[in-house]
Ligand binder design. Structure first.
Ligand SMILES: [Zn+2]
Length: 242
């Protein structure tokens, strides 16, 4: 089936306005199921956003005082395509998408090569940093957080999100767990190096940040959470300030 017919068909099948995606600003009848352990109402059929993307995007654009400001320099680490496209369109910001460039991976055009353990920008360079679901893949995550702190301007903000098991008080790390199978078993994914617990914010504080843990999802009534397709279990935004 050709692509445009598929698009028209999808549009027709999903017509409705039960849910709303803040990332692509579209109403649809439902989000699609997604994940190895399938989650219903998860993926936007138009832009592919997942629960956490919609939560973060909505947060960045609803928060007062405004987080996205004209002329700001924004470092976006490991840019998710859904955010990348939107930030590119926000012409008023200076956008710095950046990634490590792993062999065999494709990166959006204009992405710069960086190592977050040793960022090649001067101190106090960026007004803001967005880095989601990256630090759990990084050996020395505290060093990466310290680098983010270093390149952030005083008064700047960073949103640094990781997957967290809120049933755990303490982050679980064990260097002897070093095979993909064991990592999947203990940390939840084959390439995760730890399982963060409720002490995650302490690590950010250790790196120098002032941290606001904002339960953004629960600021909305239940039906609104469903309408935006947020995940209650992943509803906290870690807003780090320098
Ligand atoms: Zn969308």
């Amino acid at each position: 089936m050709n692509l445009s017919i598929r698009r028209i068909l999808r549009k027709w099948l999903l017509r409705g306005n039960n849910v709303y995606c803040p990332c692509c600003r579209k109403n649809v009848s439902t989000f699609l199921p997604f994940g190895n352990v399938v989650r219903l109402n998860a993926a936007c059929p138009f832009c592919g956003s997942l629960e956490r993307h919609r939560l973060i995007w909505h947060f960045l654009h609803q928060r007062e005082p405004k987080l996205i400001k004209d002329g700001m320099k924004l470092l976006h680490v490991a840019p998710e395509r859904v955010f990348f496209k939107n930030f590119r369109r926000e012409k008023q910001i200076q956008y710095f998408p950046a990634d490590k460039f792993m062999p065999g991976h494709h990166y959006p055009r204009g992405t710069k090569k960086i190592d977050i353990l040793d960022i090649t920008y001067s101190d106090n360079f960026f007004d803001a940093i967005l880095c989601t679901h990256v630090l759990e893949h990084v050996d020395n995550d505290i060093q990466a957080m310290k680098e983010f702190y270093r390149v952030l301007k005083p008064g700047g903000w960073a949103v640094l999100q990781v997957p967290i098991d809120y049933s755990r008080a303490d982050t679980f790390e064990d260097n002897s767990i070093n095979t993909p199978e064991e990592r999947e078993k203990h940390f939840g994914q084959r390439d995760h190096l730890r399982l963060y617990g409720r002490d995650y914010s302490q690590r950010l504080i250790k790196a120098g940040f002032n941290v606001d843990c904002i339960d953004f999802c629960n600021m909305f009534p239940e039906e609104e959470q469903k309408r935006f397709g947020f995940d209650k279990n992943d509803g906290i935004i870690y807003l780090c300030k320098k």
